[in-house]
Design a protein around this ligand. Structure first.
Ligand SMILES: NC(=O)c1ccc[n+]([C@@H]2O[C@H](COP(=O)([O-])OP(=O)(O)OC[C@H]3O[C@@H](n4cnc5c(N)ncnc54)[C@H](O)[C@@H]3O)[C@@H](O)[C@H]2O)c1
Length: 293
């Protein structure tokens, strides 16, 4: 069963889901944007609008492209409204139980030939695929944050992913203007397997008092030439997402070197999740970010 991808369903209208809807619509795909919270859909649409306006002002896209792309994105307040899509990109919270529940609800509604993908940062594609009715048409399409700016997409096959699904997904990602790196299905794939232990180590460095938030970020920006310090980056990714990825690495690879730093756990328990909640390793409520330690 060959599917022509024309309409894309995006589940989760958070920072990643709205970015994915943004790039899909600009590339000419119709998009149905779903979230469990209708407020999140509305704020997702507002941020897409604002981000496209910024692209117009910088001369990256034309005003006509922006209006046409915004027209292609429709709010799907109920998951039933994804019944006619050709490709689903699931981008809800990084929690396996939540993702499984979504797939259980979604699969009976979908066309049999539709491709089901996930933007998970770390969870096994094979295991998620096995919880659906279509492991052969299931794949990991892992975008980077912020989606409109970042060029890379990791494509991850599960054990049962068919060649047809892989090729259609590869073609789709290329149409978005992104560059593909193919990763095997192991915990956190490639980028996060390397990046998150570094961020976790930066948090240990803070926890053990080796340096302050500012000192650690300055050290890595100026000493390793990273565009952002690791704690600033953790806030940008979301500390809940960082913790989930470390837990997947720790459990999936059964190696203590991936133990999430207790200070990261504490911040998440406090609900200090980084930029999205206005507080993490920095406090974003004022004019300029202020370190919280
Ligand atoms: N943040 C990053 O840098 C990054 C990068 C690549 C991939 N990812 C992955 O993308 C996914 C989303 O991350 P994010 O940063 O956008 O998180 P986020 O917290 O900004 O957004 C998550 C959204 O999921 C919604 N949601 C929760 N349960 C839902 C359900 N049952 N049905 C529909 N929507 C539901 C929430 O309301 C929220 O709007 C995660 O799997 C994450 O690992 C994140």
């Amino acid at each position: 069963m060959v599917v022509e991808i024309k309409k894309v369903g995006v589940i989760g209208a958070g920072q990643m889901g709205s970015g994915i809807a943004h790039v899909c619509a600009l590339a000419g795909y119709d998009v149905a944007l779903n979230d469990i919270s209708t407020d999140r859909i509305q704020s997702g649409l507002a941020s897409i609008n604002g981000n496209m306006a910024r692209q117009v002002s910088k001369g990256i896209i034309k005003e006509d492209d922006r209006t046409a792309a915004l027209d292609r994105i429709k709010a799907a307040n109920s998951i039933d409204q994804l019944a006619d899509v050709d490709l689903v990109i699931e981008s809800a919270v990084e929690n396996e139980q939540v993702k499984r529940k979504i797939f259980a609800q979604l699969c009976p509604l979908l066309k049999p030939e539709a491709i089901l993908s996930t933007n998970t940062s770390s969870i096994s594609i094979t295991r998620l695929a096995a919880s659906t009715d279509r492991p052969e048409r299931f794949i990991g399409i892992h975008f980077m944050n912020p989606v409109p700016l970042m060029e890379l997409v990791e494509l991850v096959r599960g054990i049962a992913t068919e060649d047809e699904t892989f090729e259609k997904s590869r073609e789709f990602v290329a149409n978005l203007g992104k560059t593909i790196a193919v990763a095997e299905d192991f915990p956190a794939f490639m980028v996060n397997r390397i990046l998150l232990p570094m961020i976790n180590e930066a948090i240990y460095t803070l926890y053990e008092g080796v340096g302050s938030v500012e000192a650690i970020d300055t050290a890595m920006r100026l000493g390793a030439n990273h565009p952002m310090g690791p704690l600033q980056l953790a806030d940008f990714i979301g500390l809940d997402t960082c913790l989930s990825i470390m837990q997947v690495l720790y459990e999936g690879l059964a190696d203590s070197k991936y133990r999430p730093c207790p200070l990261l756990v504490k911040y998440v328990e406090a609900g200090w999740l980084g930029r999205k909640t206005q507080r993490g390793f920095y406090d974003y409520r004022g004019e300029t970010p202020v370190p919280t330690r």
